[in-house]
Design a protein around this ligand. Structure first.
Ligand code: FES
Ligand SMILES: [Fe+2]
Length: 366
């Protein structure tokens, strides 16, 4: 698959990689080993020892900062250089190195750069709203592995009309299908803004709002930014009132391809404009938000998207056969993503052709 490569992907939540811990993961079909030194520094290397291709994640951390291959003991630093060969005269062969991937930590997340171009720290997606929120308003930083390609999950999020059916009663209901919908693009970001007016309140929103079961206006304003980071400004207010008089969450979603048919899904929610604030309500609401979202994503979305992925693979058919009005946001973000991939591919092709034309000239000169 043609992935966008020169960009930051969410690798794993920072708290899931403790000092001294080693984790093997696959991103964009490449096996990567991540480890955190005792001093807290995160490194990511190609998870294949250059000697006999043993996965390095089966090794151990030595001196608190180097990874030792579990098979014959070569040791590598965080840059992928072999720094110890315990065999024979202990000479380190020139080929004894492994690729290091740029990583950085921001917004409670470890980000990884899978491309060959220099990593640009300014391009880390901006999710400062997680850092700025009072911790008591931030739900569990959760994750799961999806047995579906990442675009199917982004499609799911960019068409929230599915909440009326797949999450009936929990996040939407039959009445919310009639929403005023706007799709907007700003630069490379695509937003789908939906407003359902005077509809029965859902369980998720009643928990956070007036707890009276009365009708509400319900909005979902979800923004995708490349490669696969989304924030869903989602809440309810009294019918006819402004959004600022209501309450809700910013639902944050990070997708990272694992393989063509699997992906990593990291998510968290930040409460906005809370009606209830202070203990023990913050803890209670935070936990319930986390549980409801986990249930919706795992038992409802994942169950459906996994089956959808299997049906696509079995049938070999294209998803383009039928599209509805609610698919506009999906089509728009895919167009942006396709454009970025094409731009990246043409840069890579140009570099290759520059290299190819340089080689004969060099040979001629020799
Ligand atoms: S396979 Fe790693 S040292 Fe031999
Ligand atoms: Fe969903």
């Amino acid at each position: 698959m043609n992935y966008l490569r020169n960009t930051w992907y969410a690798a794993m939540w920072s708290h899931d990689l403790k000092p001294g811990q080693i984790v093997g993961r696959t991103y964009l079909n490449e096996q990567v080993v991540l480890f955190r030194s005792n001093n807290g520094v995160v490194s990511a290397l190609d998870d294949i020892c250059p000697h006999r291709f043993a996965p390095l994640h089966k090794g151990s951390l030595v001196d608190g900062c180097k990874i030792r291959c579990g098979y014959h003991g070569l040791e590598f630093d965080g840059e992928g250089a072999c720094v110890r060969n315990p065999h024979g005269k202990e000479r380190i062969p020139a080929a004894a190195h492994t690729r290091a991937y740029p990583v950085t930590e921001k917004h409670s997340m470890i980000w990884i750069w899978m491309g060959d171009q220099p990593a640009d720290l300014d391009l880390v997606p901006d999710f400062q709203l997680i850092d700025d929120a009072p911790p008591e308003l931030v739900s569990r930083r959760d994750w799961m592995k999806m047995e579906a390609g990442f675009e199917l999950v982004v499609d799911n999020l960019m068409d929230l009309s599915h909440t009326s059916f797949l999450h009936d009663g929990l996040l939407g209901n039959e009445a919310t299908i009639k929403s005023d919908t706007k799709v907007e693009q700003s630069g490379h970001c695509v937003t789908v803004d939906r407003m359902a007016r005077n509809v029965p309140v859902t369980k998720f929103h009643d928990l956070q709002f007036l707890r009276d079961g009365q009708p509400v206006d319900l909005w979902t304003k979800i923004t995708w930014q490349p490669p696969a980071c989304l924030v869903n400004d989602n809440g309810v207010t009294r019918p006819g009132a402004s959004r600022s008089e209501g309450t809700g969450v910013y639902g944050i979603h990070f997708l990272t391809p694992e393989t063509e048919t699997t992906c990593w899904y990291h998510f968290v929610a930040v409460r906005q404009n809370p009606v209830y604030h202070g203990e023990p309500l913050d803890t209670e609401i935070r936990e319930q938000i986390a549980e409801m979202r986990r249930y919706a994503f795992q038992e409802q979305d994942h169950d459906m998207i996994r089956a959808q992925q299997q049906a696509i693979l079995r049938s070999g058919r294209s998803l383009k056969e039928l599209s509805l009005e609610s698919d506009v946001g999906i089509e728009r973000y895919k167009r942006v993503l396709r454009g970025l991939r094409q731009a990246e591919s043409s840069v890579i092709d140009k570099q290759k052709s520059d290299r190819d034309t340089r080689i004969p000239q060099t040979l001629t000169a020799v």
